[in-house]
Design a protein around this ligand. Structure first.
Ligand code: IPD
Length: 255
């Protein structure tokens, strides 16, 4: 039996991400003081007017085009009761965004339970748009992407990232210290969604973060598996949506 085609959902995610991207870029051109709202539950986790407007724009668009679906958004929480769930990070990399660093992304994934079906990651500052639907591969601006081929351990580019919480940063600083002694490079972009998309595009061999939320990774995780890579937990066991400790790789990385 042919597997269901979810590409119409990935097209919806792409359109929603593009609309939100326009809003994000209007704010990006302005002084941050005009759109910064402040810190959320953690002093390192900030929110801006752009995050809230982008999420509303995405919710409005998707509820019109895919009526009856549910939402889980970084800013608006969980709404709806359908199993078909849009998982939204309206601006992933908000600190970069507010500081005019052009590394941030709108991330929209669609899941049924822990099954990832479709998604898009869009960086409106560069115009790079990654998309995927289950069983149909992953694309960057319409062209198929693949994870990086196998290489020597010492040639690997292994990215990581700083959680907002200080105690979890200790895990990452220990990890970066170790990896930096045996890998070619250990980048930190400041956006999980984009880092996962870059693994899918073969720019990094792995991305490892111990404390991610569903909205940081739903779309990026699908991009990686559809680009031929693998998602695991930090102990190398199988990863599923809902696990915070996350490794997205080309399939040849172990901590
Ligand atoms: C954060 C970024 C960061 C990651 C954090 C996330 P936000 O998302 O993705 O790279 O390390 O864990 O919370 O707060 O900018 O949407």
């Amino acid at each position: 039996m042919p597997s269901p085609d979810y590409s119409s959902y990935s097209k919806l995610a792409v359109e929603a991400a593009k609309s939100a991207g326009k809003i994000a870029m209007e704010y990006y051109e302005k002084p941050a003081s005009s759109f910064l709202i402040g810190a959320k539950d953690n002093p390192n986790s900030i929110v801006t007017k752009a995050d809230r407007e982008c999420e509303q724009c995405i919710r409005d668009y998707l509820s019109k085009k895919a009526p009856g679906t549910s939402f889980l958004g970084e800013e608006g929480g969980h709404t709806g009761s359908s199993e078909l769930l849009w998982i939204i990070d309206p601006i992933d990399g908000t600190t970069n965004f507010a500081n005019k660093v052009p590394l941030f992304a709108i991330s929209i994934g669609l899941a049924a339970g822990t099954d990832l079906l479709a998604g898009a990651v869009f960086n409106p500052a560069t115009g790079e748009l990654f998309s995927a639907s289950k069983g149909k591969g992953a694309l960057l601006n319409g062209k198929q992407i693949k994870v990086a081929p196998k290489c020597g351990e010492g040639e690997m580019i292994v990215a990581s990232d700083w959680p907002h919480e200080f105690p979890s940063r200790k895990i990452v600083s220990d990890f970066i210290a170790k990896q930096s002694q045996k890998r070619r490079y250990v980048p930190v972009l400041g956006t999980a969604a984009l880092s996962l998309a870059w693994v899918a595009a073969g720019r990094f061999h792995a991305y490892c973060q111990p404390t991610l939320h569903e909205w940081d990774l739903a779309a990026g995780a699908l991009l990686i598996t559809e680009a031929g890579g693998r998602m695991t937990r930090w102990d190398n066991s199988a990863w599923k949506l809902g696990n915070a400790d996350t490794i997205g790789s080309n399939g040849y990385f172990k901590v």
